[in-house]
Structures are given as structure tokens and as C-alpha cells.
Design a protein around this ligand. Structure first.
Ligand code: HMG
Ligand code: MG
Length: 275
């Protein structure tokens, strides 16, 4: 039986646009609760400019606290990193799993990280070089793969070509449907284009659920043989720089679809309560 893998992004993507900033203790308790449910791979926060994303302030403290409480689980907890400053801090506090991020949309990229796509690609090359110091596990998020809040529908088979040279150097590639507008036809077309076939084992799907399309997309991706998904407990979340974007697909929904498809997993949630 194939095994479902979930990257639980609730503590980062889920909380980053929350209306209230949770204290470090509240975030730690949330993360520990998720871990105790069997969600072993958790993005616990982001080291971004706290003036822009106040909800993620002190993510370094969140990371250190969860690791201090369970030192053997350190490799399971990752941090989202935008630049050299964030990476230096992550490596300094012993983070062994970092997530870099970029986008295919020029407009979103400028609004999100104040970089053009070309500048972001250049920054990523430096970040990957810098990361070699400590050799952390590297995830690369690519946002706006299918659609952008500012530019509309994207052309993944064309737009992703610029990012291919980075893929051999990373451990995970997370394809972001930032606005939640991706359709199953778009997902199928991207897979069938075989553009990403060489990196199939590294692919993670990151669907937001703004228009209730995520479940269909997860289902289709599973039918196509994919088993790795990002999700957030309760479907909380959204990107503050993508107006209108709602939460990630709920972890509970992914588990429910996985149950129908016969994928195994070790998450202990009361599935009866999720629909
Ligand atoms: P910038 O203005 O180009 O950076 O921002 P800068 O180097 O000029 O610095 C400006 C200020 O930011 C300075 O502080 C720096 O110290 C501070 P000041 O002098 O004004 O007090 N700064 C930092 N502080 C803490 N940690 C850092 C850091 N870097 C600079 N690492 C930057 C560039 C990327 C930092 C900024 O634009 C930023 O923080 N953006 C936030 C991006 C973000 O968090 N977006 C949401 C996550 S992405 C997402 O949700 C999508 C995803 O889920 C996938 C999907 O759904 O598609 C991953
Ligand atoms: Mg996201």
C-alpha cells in the first residue's frame, strides 16, 4: 500500500495571515498537538520581515522551543526562509530543514519578496550555495504556478522552465496553487507535459482551497500516483500578498481523500468529524 506524506503547514501558512498574532507558547502548543496526532513533518514558521508579517515574528523562538522539547524530532520541523538574513539565523539555531520560496509571476514576486523573478532566481543560487555550509534539507516553493491574483491564469509548462536548473540541488519542490484557482485539467496537463517527470519523486502539491477546488486536485494528483501534499489543519491560512487567497487544503480533507484512494498514513484524527 502506498503511503501518504503530508507537510503540515498550518503553523506557517495557516497562521501567517491570522487576524491575531498567537504567542510563542500558543504556537508551540499548536505544533505539539499536530505532532502528537502523527503529523511528523511540520513547517513551524517563517523568518521573514516581522514588520510585513507580524504573525510570524519570533518564529526562531518557536522553532527552538519545539526542538528543545523534543530534540530527536529536530529534522521534522522546517522554517520558511526568504533571504540570506533568514538563512543565517536558521542555520545559527540549528535548523536542518529549510524552505526557500519564489514565484512564476513577476507581479506577485515583487509584492511578496520585493524581487523580480530573475532576481529571485539569482538569490536562490546564492542561498543554495550558502546552505552548503550546514547541508540542511532544502524545500523549494514555487508560487503562482497555475494562477496569480494580479496576472491571472499562468502557463506552468512554459513558466516553470526557468526554475528547472535549481531542481537537482533541492530535496523537495512544492508547487503552489497560491490563489486556489488551479483546476484538475491544469494539474493533469502539467503532469502529462512530463516537464517535471525527472523530479517526480521530489514533487509536493500545495493547493489552497479558495474555490473548493483543492479536493478534486488532490484526488486527481493521487490518481496520477502522487502521494505528497502540503495541507493545514482545519484548512486555515492564505498568503497576505495574494489578495483573496484562502486557506490551504485542510489536512483532514487530504486524509479523507487518501482513505478513499487506499493510501496508508499514520495520522490519528477523527475522520468522521472532517466533512
Ligand atoms: P526587502 O525590503 O527587500 O529586504 O524585503 P531588506 O533586506 O531591504 O530589509 C528590509 C527590512 O526587513 C530590514 O529591517 C531588514 O532587517 C528586515 P528594517 O531595517 O526596516 O528594520 N529583514 C528581515 N527581518 C527578519 N528576517 C529576515 C529579514 N530580511 C529582511 N529574513 C523580504 C525582502 C523577503 C525580507 C520581505 O519582502 C519579506 O519579509 N516578505 C514576506 C514574504 C512572506 O512572508 N510571504 C508569505 C510567505 S510565501 C507564501 O505564503 C506562499 C507559499 O505558501 C506557497 C504558495 O501558497 O504559493 C510558500
Ligand atoms: Mg501557501
Amino acid at each position: 500500500m502506498a503511503e501518504l506524506e503530508i507537510c503540515e503547514v498550518g503553523p506557517r501558512d495557516g497562521l501567517q495571515s491570522a487576524s491575531r498574532t498567537l504567542s510563542v507558547a500558543e504556537r508551540v502548543s499548536f505544533i505539539q498537538g499536530l505532532y502528537d496526532c502523527g503529523l511528523k513533518k511540520i513547517e513551524v514558521g517563517s523568518l521573514v520581515n516581522p514588520k510585513l508579517v507580524p504573525t510570524m515574528a519570533d518564529s526562531d523562538e518557536v522553532f527552538s522551543t519545539v526542538c528543545d522539547a523534543a530534540p530527536t524530532n529536530r529534522d521534522n520541523f522546517s522554517l520558511l526562509i526568504p533571504n540570506e538574513k533568514g538563512l543565517s539565523r536558521a542555520l545559527e539555531i540549528g535548523c536542518t530543514s529549510v524552505a526557500f520560496f519564489t514565484a512564476t509571476s513577476e507581479t506577485f514576486s515583487k509584492k511578496n519578496i520585493n524581487r523580480s523573478v530573475g532576481e529571485s532566481l539569482e538569490d536562490l543560487r546564492h542561498l543554495m550555495q550558502h546552505a552548503k555550509e550546514k547541508n540542511p534539507r532544502i524545500r523549494l516553493y514555487i508560487s503562482t504556478v497555475f494562477d496569480c491574483a494580479y496576472e491571472g491564469m499562468k502557463q506552468p509548462e512554459k513558466d516553470l522552465i526557468a526554475f528547472l536548473p535549481l531542481f537537482d540541488a533541492v530535496d523537495e519542490i512544492s508547487l503552489g496553487d497560491t490563489t486556489g484557482k488551479a483546476t484538475a485539467q491544469q494539474v493533469k496537463a502539467l503532469v502529462e507535459s512530463r516537464l517535471l517527470e525527472s523530479w517526480r519523486q521530489k514533487l509536493w502539491w500545495h493547493f489552497h482551497d479558495t474555490y473548493a477546488l483543492a479536493e478534486d486536485n488532490v484526488s486527481l494528483a493521487m490518481d496520477l500516483g502522487f502521494t505528497r501534499f502540503d495541507s493545514s489543519a482545519g484548512g486555515i491560512g492564505g498568503c497576505p500578498f495574494s489578495p483573496g487567497a484562502k486557506g490551504n487544503v485542510a489536512t483532514e480533507k487530504v486524509l479523507a481523500v487518501a482513505a478513499v484512494k487506499g493510501l496508508s498514513h499514520s495520522v490519528r484524527l477523527p475522520l468522521a468529524s472532517v466533512r
